[in-house]
Design a protein around this ligand. Structure first.
Ligand SMILES: [Zn+2]
Ligand SMILES: [Zn+2]
Length: 344
């Protein structure tokens, strides 16, 4: 097998070599010299497009993120300027078929109409699904009506139920649900949960060893394979094990709300707003936003692996103190940086 383009990462005591071969991602784990196991590594990448709270700054845009799951893109919130950010960061936005809007404060949805008009002008024909508070449909339909536009692609609205968790969407790779947050208008967080994948045969082994199609199911079920020359190939050489399931959680905007913790215990990455530093706790509580310490405390209570904070107030030019204050409570914290890709 070609081992070009690899690099090493560490995982406990195990040595892991990760490489990309013919657009397939593998994790190659050496458990011992005698045994090698291949793991299928599904792309699960988060790109931050907007990290600002209500007022944008020169460097920071209103909320928007794209989650890339095996090259299927999901847009989470769509603040003003989202489509320009997608162009800037080379996001293939025609691959978006599902858009999730947390709530109807302008910094989370005012970019949506512009994006819909662009899809229309580019001749999109695929269905587009929007999950949001039910009033968004009325707003968008009014904007289309006054501009005399009949979209040339089907736009399907799904309303988020107030004050309760709800299952929204699933396909064979991902399951997406929402849960209520604590904010001045109905607001939801979203959970993106990778589903358990099947063991899969390494594609180039099929051609390399001339494996007949009818043998593939039994190899997937654990059988070894003997090739035409009588050489036996162990099942571990032929199979990619599914990588561990991954979970990404999005919480913006919300006041401090420990009630949400059970929805996403042990998640891989939690994005949680940290609009204010903790000396502004009173203002945060009044506006139903969170401070650095609030976000970190939620991450700690939920035992998530990593916290990303964002939705910063425009008053903070420097984000280092915001990060430091959060890390004092939850050390594995990163700041949301626009254009940066975070692998879940
Ligand atoms: Zn906001
Ligand atoms: Zn808000």
């Amino acid at each position: 097998m070609c081992e070009a383009n690899y690099f090493y990462i560490r995982c406990g005591k195990k040595q892991i070599k990760q490489f990309n071969h013919a657009d397939e991602y593998f994790l190659l784990i050496y458990f011992s010299k005698a045994k090698t196991t291949y793991f299928y590594f599904m792309k699960f990448d988060l790109t931050i497009l907007g990290s600002s709270s209500a007022t944008p700054t020169n460097e920071r845009h209103p909320s928007a993120q794209v989650l890339n799951i095996d090259d299927e893109l999901f847009l989470i919130d769509c603040g003003e300027g989202t489509q320009m950010q997608m162009r800037k960061f080379k996001v293939k936005f025609q691959r978006i078929n599902h858009i999730f809007i947390s709530h109807l404060h302008g910094d989370h949805y005012l970019g949506l109409a512009g994006l819909l008009f662009t899809y229309h002008l580019l001749g999109r024909t695929k269905e587009l699904h929007v999950y949001a508070n039910s009033e968004l449909q009325e707003i968008i339909e009014k904007q289309l009506q006054v501009s005399g536009t009949t979209l040339i692609f089907p736009l399907v609205f799904h309303s988020l139920p107030e004050n309760k968790p709800h299952h929204l969407y699933e396909n064979k790779k991902i399951s997406i649900s929402c849960f209520p947050l604590l904010h001045r208008v109905p607001t939801h967080g979203f959970i993106f949960r990778q589903k358990h994948c099947e063991r899969n045969i390494i594609k180039n082994k099929i051609t390399e060893l001339n494996i007949p199609v009818n043998k593939i199911p039994e190899i997937k079920n654990g059988s070894d394979f003997t090739d035409a020359k009588g050489k036996k190939h162990s099942n571990a050489e032929l199979i990619m094990e599914p990588s561990p399931e991954k979970v990404y959680v999005y919480c913006s905007d919300t006041g401090y709300c420990p009630k949400i913790v059970p929805f996403f215990k042990n998640a891989d990455i939690l994005y949680h707003e940290a609009t204010f530093m903790h000396d502004m706790e009173e203002r945060a509580n009044a506006k139903q936003h969170s401070t650095t310490v609030h976000a970190a405390t939620i991450a700690k209570k939920a035992h998530v692996k990593k916290l990303i904070i964002g939705h910063y107030s425009a008053r903070y030019d420097e984000l280092e103190p915001v990060l430091k204050e959060t890390q004092n409570v939850f050390s594995n914290t990163e700041i949301a940086e626009e254009g940066k890709i975070y692998s879940v």
